[in-house]
Ligand binder design. Sequence first.
Ligand SMILES: [Zn+2]
Length: 502
Amino acid sequence: MEVCYQLPVLPLDRPVPKHVLSRRGAISFSSSSSLFGAPDPRQLSQRRGAISYDSSDQTALYIRMLGACVIFKQLFSRDVRVRSRAGFEPERRGSHPYLCVDFRILHSKPDPTASTSSRRVRRLLSFQRYLSSSRLFRGVPPRNPLHILDDDYTGQAKCMLEKIGSWNFNIFLFDRLTNGNSLVTLTFHLFNHYGLIELFRLDMVKLRRFLVMIQEDYHSRNPYHNAVHAADVTQAMYCYLQEPKLSKSLTSCDILLGLLAAATHDLDHPGVNEPFLIKTNHYLAALYKNTSVLENHHWRSAVGLLRESGLFSHLPAEDGLNMERQLGSLILATDISRQNEYLSKFREHLDNEDLCLANACHRHFVLQMALKCADICNPCRPWELSKQWSEKVTEEFFHQGDIEKRYKLEVSPLCDSQANTIGNIQIGFMTYVVEPLFAEWARFSDTRLSRTMLGHLGLNKASWSGMLQELAGGADDGAQEGAEVPAEDGNSKALPQGSKES
Ligand SMILES: [Zn+2]
């Protein structure tokens, strides 16, 4: 496998304390409450984590990452306890004058009567995965009463999968129909669809387990950065993979990596942004030297789950490592702060007409651009979907702003609910981030799908502008006039994507 891009380098390579090596749980936002909330640092050895490693494999990258644990003392000096979606409550530890950092609440204490085997299993799981799986162990039905309709819903979800290539695909409905399992169901379906299970001789049980772990390591409490967003990005990625230029040049390996990267690109996202982690001295900011902190964490979390599941354990070690590196390169490309760097390179290639998809490096670059588009394609979806995403992301931004205000930290741009509205955030995002990217993507892939996306983008922007004008007292009933979206199919909405232009 040809790898010709700059590989990120792990910044830490220091000895790991014995008590850290003796456990599997490692660095995870999911598990961080038991780390940060623990009044006694000795409790470190009891925490569970999403990123795990085999202690016999002491050369694993993760062990180096675990070196960050030695700086745990710092964690107790700048800490913010995130209580829930509904609100954040400060939690003082004894007489310490500092803030207490925590990104998750522990809902339960270890049950002393639990069997050794269930404790062992629990140790292998991240906190969130434990919460779900423990219900299975105990035979407690899921809280969602809709489970009784599982069969019916599965049928309807299957019907939806037949239109998985439609740009109108309603991921929110699909998530409800699959009982909150949209990411697992959709990704597994796509692996099947592309024949990746046979091609890469994947163990179905390991694949299923891997996908379940991924889904559960997304934080369902995040209004936006949760498993539904990951499923949405994976569905968008599939639409791009189906575009003629890509579908006729991508290899199975490219497709496998593209889907994996889409599904894992925000893994274990804490619901706050990088500047927040930096200004609160979060250990991950130190670990990654304030550079692509979240993206590095998403990547390393994905690698941890790949290794824990053993999904690629039958492949030659070199191939497995190459997969991990390429996965990292794709996920790191989603760092929005590096948008101009990628966009300039893309523009240059398009100006020079020198993108050659027979070249593995160029294919990889196009996959990076496709993933970037998939990640921020919300404003290019039909209004009723796009609007929901806008509300969710704004809720997450304002939530962060509320914490910052509470702790007298500088409020991050876009996070102040008193200074921003959904509309002005969206218009700025569309104008400066989304439009430039999708304009270049449309130059690269001049298809109906690209025109559909640009059409929705124009309409949605006009809608937000109209709503802002209404708010300002100048109602503009014709907000949607002047922008057009090509019909998605011959009849009404669904465009036959991947089809050649007439
Ligand atoms: Zn994302």
